[in-house]
Design a protein around this ligand. Structure first.
Ligand code: ZN
Ligand code: ZN
Length: 119
């Protein structure tokens, strides 16, 4: 089941590229999707008609980039089964019975190893 939807992502797109971000509910660290360049980046529309075409193209490509960003975010974040928050790999622990976020693990006195550890 997908635990991340478009609503979770913040739009950081520019006129030339599409990028979305999301923050970990535990540590607040911001994650950014891989930027996708607009196919008409830097191209000046020659006519009013082209301008409208480009704008529509922009919206379409942005929507596609958002879909991809949701996929990427789904890999980068974990949903804690207890508090339902979305946390990054550094804040999510692999425990014996149920994998939990750091806060819940501490509260429930469960021990575990984070999915990723700071080097
Ligand atoms: Zn985190
Ligand atoms: Zn939790």
């Amino acid at each position: 089941m997908r635990h991340i939807t478009k609503e979770f992502l913040t739009d950081r797109s520019t006129p030339d590229s599409f990028r979305f971000s999301m923050s970990c509910s535990e540590c607040g660290k911001e994650w950014n999707s891989n930027p996708v360049t607009f196919s008409k980046a830097g191209v000046e529309p020659a006519t009013e008609g082209k301008r409208i075409i480009f704008e529509t193209l922009y919206q379409r490509e942005k929507e596609a980039a958002l879909e991809r960003a949701v996929e990427e975010a789904s890999n980068a974040f974990n949903q804690c089964p207890i508090c339902k928050r979305l946390v990054c790999d550094y804040c999510f622990l692999i425990c014996d019975d149920l994998d939990l976020c750091i806060s819940c693990a501490t509260r429930l006195q469960e021990k575990g190893e984070p999915v990723m550890q700071y080097a």
